[in-house]
Design a protein around this ligand. Sequence first.
Ligand code: ADP
Ligand code: MN
Ligand code: MN
Ligand code: MN
Length: 367
Amino acid sequence: MSSVSLSSQLNKVQLQHYLALPQGGLCQVTYVWIDYTKERLRCKNRTLDCEPSSIEDIPEWNVGSPTYQPEGYLGDMYLIPVRMFRDPFTHDPNKLVLCEVLNCYREPAEQNTRFTCNKVMEAAQHFRHWFGMEQEYVLQGMDGHPYSWPQGGFPGPQGPYFCGVGADRAFGRDIAMSHYKACMYAGVKIYGTNGESMPSQWEFQVGTCEGIEMPDHLWMARFLLHRVCEDFGVIANLDPKPVQGDWSGSGCHINFSTEAMREEGGMKHIEDAIEKLRKRHAHHIRCYDVHGGEDNKRRLTGVFSTASIDQFSVGTANRATSICIPRRVGKDGRGYFEDRRPAANCDPYMVTEAIVRTCLLGETDSD
Ligand code: ADP
Ligand code: MN
Ligand code: MN
Ligand code: MN
């Protein structure tokens, strides 16, 4: 099998011809939602009579059962638009819209973790809590092999690839840069991007976002990543340890602060929050990958800039810990901290909700 998909090799000059046709004042909207795996995204398109000026102008829609639903499930699901972005693939006035999924009784569907996350964010609004998330991923060819790795073999050991420059160190930069631009155009709060430790592994950061904006924007950034990769004919793999052995896994570090942490004397508030996290380590590990902690077992081994999954640890400018206080924050005595435990395939609604419940709403394991 070729490492690049056949569809990506269709004639792009023809595609440009059709994409450039006028739309006669109509608007294409791509509805995007998370399927029941809590990991994969789905989308479908619909025409509106004119350009919507806000999310309220986008009608709810529904989707039938063929798309991956638990067995025995009856009836359509509702797609409820919650956040609107510009469409970087077909351009203005077209939109992308992130949706919540409700079941046929109009209750939040199994995979709809946004519903409670949003309530928790609202309850904690007065803390003015900010997040930034660092999404790592590995580019993979259609043959299931990391993109551009030698057939049946391995590239040279890790070291030269992190933030690397040059054809022998940076594999697939076109994708990272196209995704970066696509996020900017769409209105996703993209913070930056860099090459990662393993060859063909990359990272982008989303933030700084307040409350529910964080997981919404991260999910849309993931949609854009998968969609950009589709155009290039390769796959973005979010498994936390896609290659066994001496190769880094992929995480989704989460950076967190409240107004009090960002102000003079904020370190005390940072330390308080970290103590609360220490007491709930096992609970957080369960929320930090999509399989209740099972996936992260393969990644959080105590090597490759990770801490052991069984032990909670804290350090300043130390990346082999569960929680890291960035050097600059240690020096200033205020700012934010980084929780390095979430896996690349985490559900950001679950991760942000767990942090807010533990650090801000004072929930403990006995609650
Ligand atoms: P690292 O040094 O761990 O690789 P990055 O530079 O990749 O960190 O990412 C830093 C992240 O921290 C970004 O997502 C950014 O939005 C976030 N961030 C910066 N300041 C704050 C803050 N005050 N509160 C929360 N998140 C923040
Ligand atoms: Mn980073
Ligand atoms: Mn990283
Ligand atoms: Mn980090």
